[in-house]
Design a protein around this ligand. Structure first.
Ligand SMILES: [Zn+2]
Length: 230
């Protein structure tokens, strides 16, 4: 089990990196409103919290029994499908309260699920043996412990399969986070390649670009002043 700060940093700095990058790009180029900063803070707080959810029993075990046992909540393993559903549903309800839009709430649920799975990913790499599929299958399973070069000469097929499954697991976590971020306004768009002639036709004159940016900055300042007054 990596420490909580490692789980949070892994999710916020690595898995959520596209969202942070796109937000910084917009903030630096055309400015954002104060409410957008709150939106970013809300998103990162929810991501950080759900990246720690599987270890949450450590909190009450510490205060009640003086230990840091964190694998079970009563009879239910916390690093399992059951808590994955809890993460999704809790974030969905929070999303409904925060955004009052079902699609955005679903995206927030998916983002929380990606945070939850990123925790399992790190735990699997660190120690292996998680009850991923509880209640359907309660034996501990590990994907990353078989991606070890010592197995390559013994069981080529198993070694190769474990590697492919591990890559697919990481791909799913990244894809879920990216899709959720895109729905929540933190996405990227591909800009198709253009010929020189098309670029020249579509290019906005430089002076006009400056004027647009100044107008946008004034809009942001006015919006912040209005928000402060209310
Ligand atoms: Zn854990």
């Amino acid at each position: 089990m990596p420490y909580p700060i490692v789980h949070m940093m892994f999710f916020v700095l690595c898995i959520s990196l596209p969202g942070l990058f796109s937000f910084a790009q917009t903030a630096l180029s055309s400015g954002v409103y104060k409410r957008d900063w709150w939106n970013l803070l809300l998103l990162l707080s929810i991501g950080a919290f759900f990246s720690l959810l599987p270890d949450i029993p450590a909190v009450w075990n510490y205060f009640l029994f003086g230990n840091l046992d964190h694998g079970m909540a009563g009879p239910v393993p916390t690093h399992s499908l059951v808590f994955g559903i809890v993460a999704f549903c809790s974030a969905f309800i929070l999303g409904l309260l925060a955004y009052r839009q079902r699609d955005r709430a679903l995206a927030l649920g998916m983002y929380a699920e990606a945070a939850f799975l990123s925790h399992l990913l790190l735990d699997d790499i660190a120690e292996g043996g998680l009850s991923y599929l509880y209640p359907f299958y309660d034996k501990p399973m590990s994907m990353f412990s078989y991606v070890n070069v010592k197995y390559s000469g013994i069981d080529f097929q198993g070694y190769n399969t474990a590697g492919i499954v591990s890559v697919f697991f990481i791909f799913c976590v990244l894809l879920m986070a990216l899709m959720a971020l895109n729905y929540l306004g933190f996405g990227f768009r591909y800009e198709p390649l253009r010929s020189k002639a098309e670029t020249a036709c579509n290019q906005i004159p430089l002076a006009s670009q400056h004027a647009t940016r100044e107008i946008r900055e004034i809009q942001v300042m006015n919006a912040d002043i209005i928000e402060d007054e209310y």
